[in-house]
Design a binder for this molecule. Structure first.
Ligand code: SF4
Ligand code: SF4
Length: 615
């Protein structure tokens, strides 16, 4: 048997022999990943049945531990996985991650359709997972430490970031009632799977999202480099056929690495064991080895380091485009979560790169499909150009919305005051500067409306957050008609207690007490005996009674309180107040009836009984 010194030329292009995929390791992994998803489904079912369960076992939950001190199952799980990675190598991604399962499924489906996604290589974009890990897990703490000082030095800069809450200390969040609170809605989850699964796999390669978008992978990469377990090779038997490299969906240069180091050193290796399975000579196995950080050169060795598809200028330009795109999509419409924004930005960046190649080069192809040949753009090329153009236009629209959202929130925070100061008569006047800031906030929030409702956005945040905020800011700016308009819209969709209270106060402030009484009667018919409506009506009735009494009209005052019996029931105290007023109005017989009624209710343990002459 010959001992090969280097992999065969072009081994990366080799394919696994037809009919052998997914192989023993692949099948084992599919069974394990199926089991993981079954456990997730059972966890969800437990919550749906009992309403209370263990908090989500998701690494992303660690953010809430580091930001809010909430110790949850996800944080403990993440720590355990990082520690185990430092011993076993990067196993979690290959054997337990649902995003890898999704990518594997997409890759498998594409191979069935004859598409073998080739990996995209960029050195600068490979830093994205590390930056995301910093943003998610270290930035909140850094912000908490540094912002009190920065707020004094550069307040304008700090205003662009969400406010920092003081560290609340650790609290137990191992069990939760609102299991889904930190997850996106189903409407967001479906495009998330399409973008972070199919699109990234097709455009960036079989593990495109892991390579360029996974913040947890950044931790596993670091832990993997000190792990004493990896894929090792018995080089005596290697024939440099390159099958291992060709079949590694993590894009590890196995053949090249084992020829240099006798082991795999790339921390992108997910220990899926596909290479062990596919090697015809049994060269590879999973076992003890020198941690890659102590291997001379390691994955950074020039012989092992993968070549980028981009020039330095290209790397820089695409990194700038990625950053702008990511900031445009992150949190836009209050719907797009961080990982989805990352997936969108990665796909958009790749499309821009591919389209620029298409426009500049004689021959360009995408996953084996010719886009441009001998100066002629093919139908597929025109489709890619159209998709790229649409993606850029959508990104510009998202960026505009994100910009308006930032400005709106900044002005909203600056103008926010207790609405009692605006809606209740006799309060101190609102400073003109606050009014102007509130007007600016209302204008920026209006920009966030969908274009068919007068704004510039393609989508709006879920619920009535925009209507409520425009109404809120319009009220502070003194534009009560606008406030009325937007709160009416918000109430028609979401008649919350706060909105009903504020709307009632607004009606009284603008139209007076009688229109308020009429609106309250209508609102009660529509929304039922809500405590907020009853509270507003009781307050109104008592104020009307007090005012009538001050004008020397005890009978009118009694009438105002009698109305309240229909709202708050036969409360003995209320009946006695009515009796007192009737006494003052010299309606002693009626006063006697109310007093007797109050005594009767008290004597019967406060249980109201029918009133013959119920007002
Ligand atoms: S598949 Fe086996 S024999 Fe072929 S290059 Fe890889 S380790 Fe060597
Ligand atoms: S090097 Fe082998 S074990 Fe590691 S990811 Fe590639 S195929 Fe899987």
């Amino acid at each position: 048997m010959t001992t090969a010194q280097s992999p065969r030329e072009g081994c990366e292009g080799y394919r696994r022999p037809a009919g052998r995929f997914p192989g023993r390791a692949g099948r084992r992994r599919a069974i394990v990943l199926g089991g993981v998803h079954l456990i997730i489904a059972l966890h969800l079912l437990h919550w749906m049945v009992t309403g209370n369960t263990v908090s989500p076992v998701e690494p992303s939950e660690s953010m809430y531990t580091l930001e809010n001190g909430e110790v949850n199952a996800g944080f403990i799980f993440f720590i355990v996985v990082i520690l185990s990675t430092a011993v076993l190598g990067r196993w979690f991604c290959g054997w337990a991650c649902h995003v890898v399962a999704l990518q594997d499924l997409c890759g498998w489906m594409m191979r069935k359709m004859g598409v073998q996604p080739r990996p995209f290589r960029s050195r600068l974009l490979a830093w994205v997972p590390y930056l995301l890990a910093f943003y998610m897990f270290f930035w909140p703490t850094l912000k908490r430490w540094s912002f009190p000082w920065l707020e004094q030095q550069i307040p304008a800069m700090v205003a662009w970031f969400t406010p920092v809450a003081p560290w609340p200390g650790f609290s137990n969040h191992l069990l939760v009632h609102d299991f889904w609170a930190t997850f996106p809605s189903v409407l967001v989850a479906i495009p998330f799977f399409a973008i972070c699964g199919f699109a990234t796999v097709y455009l960036l390669g079989a593990k495109g999202f892991c390579t360029y978008g996974c913040p947890y992978g950044a931790f596993f990469t670091v832990a993997d480099r000190i792990a004493p377990m990896t894929i090792v090779a018995n080089m005596e038997a290697c024939e440099s056929c390159g099958l291992c490299t060709a079949n590694c969906s993590s894009n590890v240069q196995i053949s090249r690495e084992i020829h240099i180091h006798d082991q795999v050193v790339d921390p992108g290796c997910m220990k899926c064991l596909d290479c062990v399975d596919v090697c015809p000579n049994g060269v590879l196995s999973y076992g003890p080895a020198r941690p890659s950080m102590f291997v001379s050169g390691g994955p950074q060795s020039p012989k092992v380091r993968r070549k980028s598809h981009l020039s330095l200028t290209g790397e820089i330009l695409l990194a700038i485009f990625f950053t702008l795109t990511w900031f445009s999509w992150r949190g836009v419409y209050e719907q797009i979560p961080l990982l989805m924004a990352t997936g969108i930005a990665l796909c958009a960046t790749f499309l821009v790169w591919k389209s620029s190649q298409l426009l500049r080069r004689q021959d360009t192809s995408l996953q084996g499909i010719s886009l441009h040949r001998a100066g002629t753009t093919s139908r597929a090329g025109r489709i890619v150009l159209a998709i790229t153009t649409i993606t850029i236009l959508l990104t510009i629209s998202a960026g505009q919305s994100r910009w308006s959202q930032n400005l709106a929130e900044q002005n909203f925070d600056a103008a926010m005051i207790n609405l009692d100061q605006v809606l209740i008569a006799g309060q101190d006047p609102i400073p003109e500067q606050t009014k102007a800031t509130a007007k600016r906030a209302a204008d920026h929030f209006r920009d966030l409306l969908r274009f068919d409702r007068g704004g510039y956005a393609l989508l709006e945040p879920a619920g009535t957050v925009l209507e409520e905020r425009i109404g809120y800011m319009s009220a502070i700016a003194g534009d009560f008609e606008q406030a009325r308009h937007w709160w009416q819209q918000a109430i028609s969709e979401n008649p919350s207690d706060e909105l009903l209270l504020r709307y009632g106060q607004l009606v009284e402030r603008v139209d007076g007490v009688k229109p308020l009484a009429i609106w309250l009667d209508d609102a009660r018919k529509q929304y039922g005996d809500r405590a907020v409506l009853i509270g507003l009506r009781a307050d109104l009735g008592r104020r009307q009674a007090f005012s009538a009494l001050q004008q020397g009209q005890p009978m009118a005052a009694a009438s105002h309180l009698k109305v309240l019996v229909r709202w708050i029931g036969e409360e003995p105290g209320l009946l006695e107040d009515i009796a007192l007023l009737l006494d003052q109005a010299e309606a002693t017989e009626e006063a006697k009836q109310f007093r007797e009624r109050a005594n009767f209710i008290r004597a019967n343990g406060g249980i109201p009984a029918p009133v013959p002459d119920r007002p």
